[in-house]
Design a binder for this molecule. Sequence first.
Ligand SMILES: *Cc1c(COP(=O)(O)O)cnc(C)c1O
Length: 355
Amino acid sequence: MHDIPVTRAAARKPIPQDLKASFGDYFSDHMFQMEYTEGRGWHDPRIVPFGPLQLHPSSSVIQYAQAIFDGSKGYRREDGSIHLFRPQAHIARLNRSAGELCMPAVDPDLVLAAMRKLIDLDRDWVPAKRGNAIYVRQTMVGTEGYMVVRPSKTYTYLIFLCPVGSYYSEGAGPVRILVSETRVRAAKGAIGSAKAGANYAASLKVGREAAAAGFSQVLWLDSVQRRYLEEVGTMNIMVKIGGRILTPPLSDSILPGITRDSVLALMRDWGMEVAEAPIDIEDVVTASRAGTLEEMWGVGTAAVISPVGELAWRDEKIAINGGQTGPVAAKLFEHLTGLHAGTVPDSHGWSVAVD
Ligand SMILES: *Cc1c(COP(=O)(O)O)cnc(C)c1O
């Protein structure tokens, strides 16, 4: 077993009782922290009170955005037990992101043990209401202070917890999406397949423009032709056209979502035809005019399944399924939230008990 010492918080914060659409407004009492030093490896794994970090003003995270993160969730079941959803896959993806930014990999066994111990310690923070969850944020940042552009020789790794409600203010209802033709989320050959902070910095400006115009998310097109669907906000995208379900194939500009992977596995279990193939925005528009654009939805840990009710592209407003949640999105949402709650058989072994 991993020996992870605990320093308890002197005072416990009040635990929010009504989370509604809260996402990241509250942080639990403790966090896991460890450091990396070149030549020594990861050291000093520990659980400490949640609080600020001290950083060198010229640390690589501050100057050159050497920062990655990952987000997974844990759920409280009716019997009071707490289960994490696919934590190993999220830890493996953090290590993949680390490789993209020349950062060191963590020991997956140590990190899983740390997650479980931290959640067990702060278990009163895990909400009981169905759809609510404890959001588990892993973060790694370069901490060395220097000026030349090169990878840091020291790092800090953290895990902290946020009790969260349903991600969108509309609840699980369909959202309005702006298709961005001017800006892209990630270029071909860049770091779009890593959960790197820099990718989100690049998405802020158009995200703000979309929000000001009344849209909840941006649909990103590819960086070369501005034509093929890539992602929607911070979710992978799926569409059903003429009975066929499609999702863009993974590439260096698409984040390999764990929810995407789960959803593909479930739909294949159910015998649905699903293709990982490029989706041309022109074909989506043509299908909408022909009445064969049946459904579109985003998939990601935060919202789980987020139906798209309307797309704005150039001068066109494309309503999808009359702005209503379609049957495939609804079935996926029910099944995944059932898996989270432990009310649906976990045939893939995705849930991991905290204690
Ligand atoms: C996190 C994220 C996703 C979804 O990944 P999940 O593992 O399903 O949470 C998709 N796209 C982007 C850009 C993301 O940051």
